[in-house]
Design a protein around this ligand. Sequence first.
Ligand code: UDP
Ligand code: GLC
Ligand code: MN
Length: 328
Amino acid sequence: MSFDQAFVTLATNDNYAKGAMVLARSLRNHHTTSKLVVLTGPQVSDPCQSVLKKLFDEVRVVDVLDSKDTAHLAMMKRPDLGVTFTKLHCWTLTHYSKCVFMDADTLVVSNIDDLFEREELSAAPDPGWPDCFNTGVFVFQPSMATYEKLMQYSAEHGSFDGGDQGVLNGFFSSWATTDISKHLPFIYNLSSIALYTYLPAFKQYGGNAKVVHFLGQMKPWSLTFDPKAQKVRGGSQDAVASHSSFLLDWWTLYSREVLPLLQEHYGDQPFHSGCVEEEECQEASAAASEASRLSSEERRERWERGQADYMGEDSFENIQKKLDAFLK
Ligand code: UDP
Ligand code: GLC
Ligand code: MN
């Protein structure tokens, strides 16, 4: 066990806490020898806090920082992301010499302990703007001095996207041009959006993924899962389940290794497990499909904003069907 290095994540509410739990299991299943740390806020319920304590070596309750930058967040259509400023607390974990931050919506599919050989600030390109790094996975060195400089920087300059990614790219502004060893290969932070923007590359290299990032508004936990049929449903179409094996990986891990712990800690209290029987699933998915049917104009706009419905209307199969029809 490497006591001076840690994987760190953040969960300010119960939904993201579920993501953090799955992430922790995925790291352990791939035999990490590092510590696991989760930063949480007071909004996380007691049963979820207890499960986090079982799965992480350290659960640290921090002040939730919010950029409250509604103007910039509106540009991303993600008003909820102001609280990602809370991520900056990770620099205060000075009892570790090196850490890797991972969003709670990431899933590890292969051992990534080699990341600790990298220096601050190492990260993979953002799929939307590759001269920026994506802050879903990054290597950093905890330091109070850096933390204070970051706080000062964000107070003076704010964030161009209203979230942590805007601040961190402003602060570590030489990332794009100075040191290639700080560019993590994309397979360390593979966002499903890659499937749209460069489908042949996804087919060629997607199988080498080490970390999958469910970036965007729709998260695995906002869908439903039928454990008997082993199918994920919801979103706008049933294509959800069929094409995304990563989504199925997430739900399989959640239902086998996290749900039993949640059930144990919730006891008789009701909670939303996300797992439903076939019929309930179909009802849920029909309702979701009706609610989210968008005009093609709206869909194109969303795609251009990086919010493609990659599980549904814009699924791999649907895109391929359209391409085939077009080529004919
Ligand atoms: N996060 C959180 N609570 C929130 C929103 C975000 O704890 O209400 C954390 C969580 O770790 C999440 C990260 O901040 O993974 C970044 O947000 P998200 O993954 O939703 O952004 P995206 O990657 O989709 O841009
Ligand atoms: C991004 C990143 C996420 C970050 C958010 C806000 O899309 O994936 O990690 O928190 O922007 O800056
Ligand atoms: Mn994310």
